[in-house]
Structures are given as C-alpha cells and as structure tokens.
Write a protein that binds this ligand. Sequence first.
Ligand code: ADP
Ligand code: MG
Length: 253
Amino acid sequence: MVNIEGLNFAYKKGIPIFRDFSWKIESGERWSIIGPSGCGKSTLLYLLAGLKLPDSGRITISNGQSGVHKGKTGLILQDYGLLPWSTAFQNVALGLKIQRFSKAVVHQTTTLWLKELGIDSVASHYPGELSGGQRQRVAIARTLVLHPSLLLMDEPFASLDTLTREDLLNLTLSLWRKEPSTMVLVTHNIEEAVFWGGHILVLGKAPNSLCTIIDNPGSGQSDYRESHEYRSRCQQLRGLIQTSANSVGGTEQ
Ligand code: ADP
Ligand code: MG
C-alpha cells in the first residue's frame, strides 16, 4: 500500500509542484497517471521511489504485510538506462549481483526472467544490438528480478512503435495477472491510460492539491478496447484533462 499525506514539494527555483496533496494506492492495484507535460508526473514517481524527498508531508510504502516499512520500489524509465558495455544477461543480473546473491542464484533467476520476457535468445547481445522493444524488455526484466513490491514506470514505451507498445502493455498486464504487485504507469496517452489502469490519477497544472481519480474496473481485459465502457471512459478522461489543464490546483474527485 502507498499512502501520501499532505505532500508539499517544490524544486528550488520553481513554483510548487504538489501542495497539500494526498493519494492512496492499495496493494495489488494498477494505476495510470496522466496529465499535461510539466505537471509533475515524473516528480511524483521520483518521490515514490525515494529519489526526491518531500518538503513536508508523508509518503508511506508498505508491502501489505504487517508493519510499515519502506517497501522495495522498481523504476522503469523511457530511455531504458541499460549499461551499453554489458550484455542483456549482465544488465538483468546486475541488481542481484549488487545484492550479493550467490552465483548460482544470480544465474538461475536471470535465466528465468529472460525467458519470462521472451529475450533469452538475445541474452548475449549488447543493448546496441537490440531493438527498442527488446531493450525495454531487458529494462523490465532487470527491475523485476528484484521483486519490487511497487513497480513504477515513467512513460516506458513512449518511444516505441504502436504494435511494440501494445505488446509490452499486454506483457505488463499478464505479469500482473500472474502476480498482482502494485504497479503505476505514467503515460500521456489517453487510450493507453484507460486500457491499462484499474484506476487513473489525473494531474493538472502545478501546483496539484486535490486528487482527481477515475475508477476503471473494466481495464486490462483483452477486448476492453471494443467496449462501450472503454470509449465513454476515454471521453470522460479527455474532458477531465481539459478541465484540469485550465484550472490551477487540479479539480475535485
Ligand atoms: P512531467 O513528468 O509531468 O512532464 P516533471 O515532473 O518532469 O513533469 O516536472 C514538473 C515541473 O518541474 C516542470 O515544470 C519541470 O520543468 C520542473 N522540474 C523538473 N525537474 C526539475 C529540476 N531538477 N529542477 C527544477 N525544476 C524541475
Ligand atoms: Mg515526465
């Protein structure tokens, strides 16, 4: 579970991005975050990943078991962030090595995830020898080997072609179905947000104060895109984004 209470955050020289902002995610939920460029989507993920600290307020991440502690978070970015001089295998294995797992465990776990993501045939290739889709699969595998209880994705598929993007969206959904961990996907694409997220957080022009949320229970089904519910949800979201883009401080739920 993720609980943000009364978050205030501003970059040193800028206007506040979040002002008394609160938001809650239950364990195992899938959330899309959408909003205009510069509204604070990436900033929110960095705050959740612990890469930035709130000026005030509280961010609590627990893994659903008893006791509150900082659950493990995994962050996947658009530009892959792979080491160019390491093979796909070595990139995926890196986190496990850093955590000093035994050679056998590193080998076994890495092999398993390469297979799971359909990139075992390119295990010995370097990032420069892979397609964009394959590189992003390596980035996903590299994050998932560490079993994060919270998976954060910042426009991870934005630079890929439509078919590869859909393919990878479906892949994250099937991974979620197998093991429903908590996932957050930032996207600027309305259709993607509605297809993927069981809930959608809409951010507006900074500073964001009130949390605008759409619940989207039909999402993730393979035929959801053909449904009336999907189309009306897209329309609702389009309207909300227009409203929040024009109003400072976001709109009410
Ligand atoms: P989004 O991901 O929604 O496009 P960001 O979270 O990247 O937005 O940025 C939110 C705002 O904060 C933007 O106005 C951006 O210019 C500003 N910003 C982002 N990073 C920094 C930084 N390191 N220093 C100062 N301002 C920043
Ligand atoms: Mg961003």
